[in-house]
Structure formats: C-alpha cells, structure tokens
Design a protein. Structure first.
Length: 458
C-alpha cells in the first residue's frame, strides 16, 4: 500500500495560488534560456501539455458537477476537487511558462526589428553617401569637360592642322588622342594634360555606373529589410495579442482556483458535519437500544406473560422471494458499531413496498411513525434514533421482534396480532441506504442473532 502525504487544505490552496502567481509574475532565467534556444518548438510543446491538462481538468469538473450530497460522495467530491485544484494549478503554471516563452519571443522579435532598422539606416546612409559621391564625380567631370573644351578651342584657334576636323568626327576623344596621328600636332604638355582629363572622365563615369549599381542593390536590400521589419512587427503584434489572451485566461483560472478552494472548504465542512452526524447517530442508536431494552422489559411485565411464545417457531417476515441478507447480526464496519439484526433485501426483485408480516402472534409493544424521509441516504436523518418508522411486538416468554425502516405501518400500540398478519410495508426511512427490512429478535429486551431461530417461508 502506498502512503501519500496530504497537506492541510489551507496550506495546499494557499501554496497553489501563490505558486500560480509566482509562475505568472517572476521571470525564470533557465526557462528563458531554454526557450531562446528552442524557439517556437518549446511553445508548441507547452501548448500540447496545456491542452492535455485542460482536458483532464474538464473531465474532473464534469465529475464534480455530477456528484450529490451524501457523505461518501462528498468524500469523493473532495478528492476530485483536490485533484482539480492540483490540475488547475498545474495549468496556470504551464500558462505562466507559456507566457514567459511568448514574452521571450516578443523580446527576440523586438531585437530582430531593431537590428533590421539599423541595417536599413546603414543602407540609407550608404545610399546617401554614394549619391553625394556621384554628385561630386559628376561635378568633377563637368569641370574636366569644360577645361577640355577650352583647350580644344585654343587648339582650334591657334592650329591650322587638320586636327579639329578629325576631332569633330570622333566618337571617342580618348581613343582619338591616344591613337590618332593628330597627336604629333599637339605639344607634349597639352597632350599629357588632355590624356589625364579624358582618363579621369572615363574613370569617374565607370565609378558612377558602379555606384548606381550599388545604390540599386542597397535599395533592394532596404526594401527587403523593410518588408522583413513589417512581418516582424506583425509577428510581434500577434504575440502580444496572444500574451494578452494568456494573461486573461490565467487570471480567470486563478479566480476559478479560489472558487474551487471555497467549494472544497464547504465540502470539508459538510463532510465533517456528516461525520459528526454519523457519530451522533450511532450514539443515539445505542441510547435508543438501551431505552428499548428497558421499554420491552416493562411492557412484557405488564403483559403478565401473555401471549405465550409458540415453540412452533417463526415465519419469515417477508415473502420467500426476499431471502438475501445484505448485513448480518454483529459488528457493522459501515457504521462502526453493533448491528442488532438482519437487513433483508430483494433477491430477484426490489423489496420496496413489500408486505411485512408478524413472525408470530403477539402484542404490539410500541410503534414509531414519525419519519417522512423514505429515500436512500448515507447518513441518519435522526428519526427513530436511526431506525426510521418501526414496530416492536411482544410474543411472550421474553421474546420480542422489531421491524424497522418501514414505509407504512398498519398497526397501533397494544393491538393483538396473529402470526402472518400484515403489519406494514418495507421502506427506507431512517438511516437507510435503500429499501430493506431491518429485522431483530430480542430476548428480555436484548438483541440476539435472529438466525438462532427456525423460519417457515411462505
């Protein structure tokens, strides 16, 4: 047998709610580190665990809602509610972990967005710098072309050779000056200067083309980064919305946990009350038994030995189809006390309402008809000291019989009864879980085992 230690309820529920609050408010460095490495997989795993826990909690809740108010079911209800408190606490803890994981994802997304924003800014600075450099190069080219033009004009004015006609028909001044025989008509100083101007112009044009290509690439990267930023912002908005929902759900579950705590406390109080009633009922039954013993002796003395007990024996108090015994004479573990008779129940059909017959002729000593609670119950309603409605008949010779938990009684105190007369109907009044006849045989008021006597079945 396993022995499980149960914390006191107050300690348990306070610990549960505190643990839930801590799980939702304090960051867990190890958990965050784990989730940073595993990413969305960890969130998916947590969600799967939560779904499983929620199903178990919902199943328990249905069981709790379906329980009634008797003592055994209240004990079962307390057990279920304690398990449900544990389940809801675990669910809140898991939601706390999930919220932390979502928060870590939000933080990661924020860092990604900031990194992308910095990259976009870097691209914009690069683009701006390259555009400025292009403007600078274009200005230099413009100046070089102006100077080249002035030199060409001076050559045109001062030189009578055919340089200018050839020059004017050339598509590439640089090639013209490098490869044309016209070079011979230009002074070395002018030639070197013009070569440098043309070389600078050509280099700068190539650099401008490269810069424009770089700008196109940077613009494309910027557009891609901007798109990525938009997606990250959308992801972060979704995560924040999800976190808000989780926060709301966790708050609802904490409130529900407190409700369960109150419900559990009420059940504990009720069970304690029922257990008290059980002890009180056993005590009252013992007290009533002593009163009955004295009452039977006094009434038997009044009868002066009449009627006389018949040695022919008893008939069975109900039809022969009701022979099954649910509780025998002796110690009754259910009530933790002495069971002073036989509990006779149905064998093939319900004994509810069955006729009760006097097992032998006699005089009715006492009758109790004050119990209206004719329904099964796990505790005593207190009526008739727990016997409910009952009849006691004196058969003479110190022998008397008792018929308890009756639904209906047909006789009155002092009435003369013949063997086989119908004296009442089987019920479930008093401390009775269901329809049955509690039958006792007493000798000088003291209960004895009814099976000490022989019975004729009818």
């Amino acid at each position: 047998m396993s022995h499980k230690r149960h914390l006191p309820f107050g300690v348990k529920i306070c610990s549960a709610i505190c643990a839930a609050v801590v799980a939702l408010t304090l960051p867990n460095a190890a958990f965050l580190s784990e989730n940073s490495a595993s990413g969305s997989t960890s969130i998916d795993d947590l969600q799967a665990q939560i779904d499983k826990i929620k199903k178990e909690n919902e199943a328990r809740k249905k069981q709790i809602d379906g329980l009634n108010g008797d003592i055994n079911e209240n004990k079962a209800s307390i057990k279920l509610i304690n398990e449900h408190i544990d389940g809801v606490t675990l669910e809140i803890e898991k939601y706390g972990e999930l919220i932390l994981a979502q928060k870590q994802s939000i933080d990661d997304k924020q860092i990604e967005i900031e990194n992308v924003e910095r990259e976009v800014q870097d691209r914009e600075i690069d683009i701006s710098n390259k555009k400025a450099y292009i403007s600078e190069l274009e200005a230099k080219n413009k100046e070089n072309l102006r100077r080249f033009g002035e030199l060409a004009r001076a050559m045109y004015i001062n030189d009578v050779s055919d340089t200018i006609p050839i020059l004017s028909g050339s598509d590439d001044w640089y090639d013209y000056f490098v490869y044309s025989d016209v070079i011979e008509n230009i002074s070395t100083q002018n030639l070197n200067f013009m070569k440098k101007l043309l070389a600078d112009i050509k280099d700068q044009e190539k650099l401008i083309e490269d810069l424009k290509a770089d700008i196109n690439t940077l613009e494309q990267e910027k557009a891609e980064l901007s798109e990525e930023k938009t997606q990250l912002e959308n992801d972060m908005a979704a995560l924040k919305s999800s976190k808000a929902e989780l926060d709301s759900y966790a708050a609802q579950q904490k409130a529900y946990l407190q409700k369960l705590a109150q419900q559990n406390k009420e059940l504990l109080d009720k069970v304690s009350s029922l257990q008290y009633d059980e002890k009180e009922s056993i005590k009252k039954m013992d007290e009533l038994n002593k009163e009955l013993e004295e009452l039977i002796r006094l009434e038997q003395e009044k009868n002066n030995g009449q009627p006389n007990y018949s040695a022919d024996g008893f008939i069975w108090p109900v039809s022969s189809k009701y022979k099954r015994i649910s509780t025998y004479f002796g110690y009754d573990p259910w009530r933790n006390g002495q069971h002073r008779g036989l509990d006779i129940v149905g064998s093939t059909s319900s004994i509810a309402g069955a006729e009760i017959r006097a097992v032998q002729s006699g005089t009715v000593i006492t009758v109790y008809t004050g119990c209206p609670h004719n329904y099964g119950k796990q505790y005593s309603c207190g009526c008739g000291g727990g016997y409910g409605n009952y009849i006691i008949i004196d058969h003479g010779g110190g022998i008397s019989t008792m018929y308890a938990h009756c639904q209906k009684i047909n006789v009155t105190k002092g009435q003369q009864i013949k063997q086989g007369d119908v004296i009442g109907n089987v019920g479930t009044t008093g401390w009775s879980t269901g329809y049955h006849l509690h039958f006792e045989v007493r000798v000088n008021g003291v209960a004895v085992d009814p099976f000490k006597y022989e019975y004729t079945y009818y």
